[in-house]
Design a protein around this ligand. Sequence first.
Ligand code: CDP
Ligand code: CDP
Length: 223
Amino acid sequence: MNIAIDGPAGAGKSTVAGKVASQLEYVYIDTGSMYRALAWAVYHHQLPIDDEATVSELLQNNEIRLVRKAGQQHVYWNDTDVTSFIRSNEVSQYASIVASYGSVREQMLVLQRNLAKQGNVVMDGRDIGTHVLPDAEVKIFLTASIRERAERRWKELLAKGSQVQLADLEKEIEERDYRDMNRDVAPLRQADDAVLVDTTGISIDQVVDKILQICERMGESTQ
Ligand code: CDP
Ligand code: CDP
């Protein structure tokens, strides 16, 4: 069985997907970290973010790898572990720009389908249920109010010593959501057969339980 989890920024996708995967002993694949790794490389090498051909060529000529270390997923850009560099606000904005390029998405689609080939994966992102794994047995669309999603991210950034203001972060998340939902290629949208889970005011464990129940139901109905 494959499980696809999509939704906007801060909905809880990676936290919940990681926990669901470890409960089921499935492999967790965070596709956002792949777009973030590419975005980091563009930022780090000061390449022109608005030039699709340059960004696409960069991806073609380098390697992104997901490696499991001490129970955590790490993302490598060639031989560099970039996991701790890819969560900044700048990289988040760059990620949604590189993700709007069709030639980048085509390459990511191949990489991500290859990663899911073995089956029993929980994959999270924006287009997993609609494009990457349209045949996934379980599709979840996670969301929460914009205020709560911004507050969750804000708390994370404060804990890392960031001085970012909540109102600025909320605006940036709204911009990124807008870009993700309105791009021409594989925009963020709920797949017709996905189950909507609104996590506003709901704890991580409650969301995980809900998804495990959905998986159990789907597992029974596909037997
Ligand atoms: O991957 P995505 O952007 O959808 O969200 P995340 O990174 O998994 O979650 C963002 C933050 O919200 C994390 O700090 C989670 O611990 C927190 N969270 C929460 O407080 N309540 C939930 N129901 C889900 C996530
Ligand atoms: O954690 P958060 O939800 O903030 O972002 P993420 O899942 O790490 O994804 C970062 C960016 O990559 C998103 O804003 C999307 O633009 C892009 N992305 C995408 O287009 N398709 C995916 N399957 C995953 C991420």
